[in-house]
Write a protein that binds this ligand. Structure first.
Ligand SMILES: [Zn+2]
Ligand SMILES: [Zn+2]
Length: 263
């Protein structure tokens, strides 16, 4: 039984897929749960992608579909918040505005630049890019805690020309876990790294091992699917991978509280 805890629908500016197409595919695959986690990235610096969903329509769709699909699959009311240091008040307000089961906290930008278009990396060595990125994560999660798990924690790797040595930024990752583990928050294993053919898993093995060693237990698995064909992508492999790293449970959420499912 799979639990896909990171999916997008047409309520996200980078997906055209009707929510019901995603849900129908999740039912066909026999998933136990699907978290719909559409994007909210207040202040996103690219005007083509405002990433500000119609929240009322989104919640209406989620609640209606929870009824329609009640006997077939559990729909988890989620949101992926793109955290920007200048927008923390709006992030907080969004997290509190509706009764979410699960919120992903993600860093799609750092220091005012989106990662995906590469500008964040301009004039930076990979080492500096990784240090700047994780420092930015640390600085912001000290001030904002309106999420359940941190999404794709090493997104910096996806768009970097090369990876930095873990020893160069490992202390910052340790700092992240010193903050989130006592708060009862977790991380996700994002299986889109298989699709993008990244050099490493997302987060990387070093990060996952450090999390486990520091007592981190809360971990969800998410495909980050924006189309039905990607739902639960590589989940069998992902579960095996987590087991090999010493994880015994994956997490599911109800009203922002984690519960555990045996891996
Ligand atoms: Zn994301
Ligand atoms: Zn996403």
């Amino acid at each position: 039984m799979f639990y896909d805890y990171h999916t997008h629908t047409a309520f996200s500016d980078d997906s055209d897929t009707p929510m019901t197409d995603m849900l129908d595919q999740a039912v066909r695959l026999g998933l136990a749960e699907i978290a719909v986690t559409d994007h909210y990235d207040p202040g996103y610096p690219d005007p083509e992608f405002p990433f500000e969903p119609d929240f009322e329509g989104y919640h209406r769709a989620l609640e209606e579909n929870q009824e329609v699909y009640a006997n077939r699959i559990r729909i988890v009311k989620g949101l992926e918040i793109g955290i920007l240091e200048t927008e923390l008040d709006r992030c907080r307000a969004a997290a509190e505005a509706y009764d979410y089961d699960y919120i992903i906290g993600s860093f799609h930008c750092a220091l005012g630049e989106p990662l995906y278009n590469g500008h964040f990396y301009d004039d930076k060595t990979p080492r500096q890019a990784f240090i700047d990125y994780f420092q930015y994560v640390v600085d912001n999660i000290r001030r904002f805690d309106g999420y359940s798990c941190l999404g794709h924690l090493n997104l910096v790797s996806r768009y970097a020309e090369a990876d930095a040595d873990f020893r160069d930024y490992g202390d910052l990752v340790e700092e992240v876990f010193k903050i989130i583990i006592p708060q009862g928050k977790g991380i996700e294993l994002n299986t889109s790294s298989f699709k993008y053919n990244m050099r490493c898993s997302c987060p990387s093995e070093e990060i996952l091992r450090m999390y486990r060693q520091m007592g981190g237990e809360i971990i969800t698995i998410g495909s980050d699917a924006h189309t039905p064909d990607r739902i639960a992508d590589h989940f069998g492999e992902a579960e095996e991978y987590l087991r090999s790293l010493g994880f015994r449970y994956t997490s599911v959420f109800r009203q922002r509280k984690p519960d555990f499912v045996k891996l």
